[in-house]
Design a protein around this ligand. Structure first.
Ligand SMILES: Cc1cc2nc3c(=O)[nH]c(=O)nc-3n(C[C@H](O)[C@H](O)[C@H](O)COP(=O)(O)O)c2cc1C
Length: 202
């Protein structure tokens, strides 16, 4: 338990990655395998992990990301993409291991909940990717690696560069690798009593 709390409270957004570090594919896949266990509404699993390691592709993406060096210096850039229409793509597959009546019940609920509700479809995909992004950060920490969550980039341009399908949306990047230097001091946190409210906002 204390390991988990330590991973949460010691995590930092890495601004300087060691460009010479190469991640083994087995490590990368272990991290993404952990991330696909992140929770999703109705178990819809909207998140698609677009892994970018090619040097040229990263150079192009960096140019669309305010020239931020993390994009090129990390060992793998994960573009977190939400399949916004995952809810209607054979939803029975999200419950394939459940008994048939349970599976059928979920398929019905998924349709009645999302059909015609574009905003909810979108928000659900973003929620799923946000949780999966954080799972990547924690799984990376378990491997002694570091991450930087990022949204400082031109979403349309990156979408073009990665051939984003029309019914998918980019949610954010997670740059993954080994830090090259210790992070600068934290910006600071709001006090607990400024962020915790009980029962209702007064
Ligand atoms: C959604 C999101 C987008 C971010 N985008 C960037 C980014 O584009 N570039 C960057 O260097 N850091 C980015 N960050 C990292 C934040 O600057 C960092 O998390 C924040 O300053 C707190 O620092 P810490 O994570 O080290 O505690 C982003 C973080 C989040 C959650």
């Amino acid at each position: 338990m204390s390991d988990i709390l330590h991973a949460i409270t010691s995590r930092r957004a890495t601004k300087h990655f060691d460009p010479s570090y190469r991640i083994e594919d087995i490590t990368l896949m272990s991290i993404l395998d952990a991330a696909r266990h992140a929770p999703t509404a109705f178990n819809i699993q909207h998140c698609r992990f677009l892994v970018v390691q090619d040097r040229e592709q990263r150079r192009r993406i960096r140019a669309a990301a305010w020239d931020q060096p993390q994009v090129e210096d990390c060992a793998a850039l994960i573009v977190m993409c939400a399949d916004i229409k995952a809810w209607e793509k054979d939803p029975a597959r999200y419950w394939k291991d459940a008994p048939a009546p349970v599976r059928d019940g979920y398929v019905k609920m998924i349709h009645s909940y999302y059909d015609g509700r574009e905003q909810v479809q979108h928000d659900e995909g973003v929620r799923s990717c946000g949780l999966a992004a954080y799972a990547i950060m924690m799984a990376a920490a378990a491997h002694g690696l570091h991450t930087c969550p990022m949204d400082g980039f031109d979403f349309d341009e990156v979408g073009r560069l990665i051939n984003l399908p029309g019914d998918h949306e980019i949610v954010m990047f997670v740059a993954l690798g080994r830090e090259a230097s210790s992070p600068s001091p934290r910006g600071g946190f709001l006090p607990l009593d400024a962020v915790v409210h009980r029962e209702s906002f007064s």
